[in-house]
Design a protein around this ligand. Structure first.
Ligand code: SAM
Length: 256
């Protein structure tokens, strides 16, 4: 079994960085000093960085409203991909009960969740304590430079539509690199709606107003953010739901 990353995990030189994702993900070798990416403070302080965000958003009923009550279905579909004992990784936290459910489903397998926002890490630690999630490991990391695996399941849940294009590519490629042979990467995100989806104008307005990095996911396949050599090492399957608003992509790593 060769589960080694496709890219050799060599010490990274900042002078090699050509994109924001590379510069910000590798800014210092000590992860605790990693800066919050520029796009996150510029576009998403109100949602993920400001001190009040957990009080406002970190409730399942709020997540349900944001996701038009599709939250349980989207999350259940992901939990169905996880078997007890699996090694699971998610490079960005999710509000509500999802992180708790995931840790409980994978137990006793280790579930690693990383995030770059201090308040999100604080919220995760509170959940770990409150629900006694001994198999949940919480790390500070930029999703563009994920915590090293290998994992049975590496999961990006509604993250890609919130990040610029260079980040999308870095996250997709970085996650694929951490998947063990036979394991899978799972991407849940927004998608181009069918013309008849009545929420079309509302969601287009929300994307334009609050989530500008969403639009490329309406025309690009998530698989196309992977480099050709990585893409070929996985079996890809995409399903959409709720009039095409959401996509669920599973990439299973083939035997070499
Ligand atoms: C997964 S996304 C959105 C999930 C969903 N909207 C919810 O209900 O929470 C939100 C998380 O991504 C984190 N995040 C965004 N960009 C990141 C990056 N480059 N590295 C690590 N975490 C990031 C934010 O701090 C936030 O906690």
């Amino acid at each position: 079994m060769d589960a080694r990353p496709l890219v050799i995990d060599a010490a990274y030189s900042l002078s090699e960085a050509s994109t924001d994702a590379e510069r910000e993900a590798h800014a210092t070798p000590e992860r605790w000093r990693l800066p919050v990416p520029h796009y996150l403070t510029e576009v998403y302080t109100w949602a993920y960085v400001a001190p009040y965000v957990r009080r406002v958003f970190d409730h399942q009923w709020v997540v349900a409203q944001i996701l038009w009550y599709q939250d349980k279905k989207l999350m259940r579909n992901v939990l169905d991909e996880i078997a007890p004992g699996d090694r699971v990784y998610m490079p960005a936290s999710v509000y509500g009960e999802f992180c708790i459910d995931m840790a409980q489903k994978a137990a006793p397998g280790p579930v690693t969740i990383s995030d770059i926002s201090t308040i999100q890490l604080y919220g995760l630690r509170k959940k770990r304590r409150a629900f006694n999630l001994k198999n949940l490991f919480i790390r500070r990391a930029n999703a563009a430079d994920p915590i090293k695996g290998p994992y049975d399941v590496a999961l990006s849940f509604l993250l890609l539509h919130e990040v610029p294009e260079d980040y999308k590519a870095a996250i997709v490629n970085g996650l694929l690199d951490q998947v063990d042979i036979g394991g899978k990467a799972v991407f849940v995100d927004y998608h181009k709606m069918k013309w008849w989806q009545p929420l079309w104008p509302i969601m287009a307005f929300v994307a334009w107003w609050l989530e500008p990095f969403t639009f490329p996911l309406w025309k690009n396949e998530i698989a196309d953010y992977a480099s050709a050599d990585r893409r070929a090492k996985f079996e890809w399957k995409k399903t959409t739901s709720f009039g095409g608003l959401y996509q669920h992509v599973v990439a299973v790593r083939k035997q070499p």
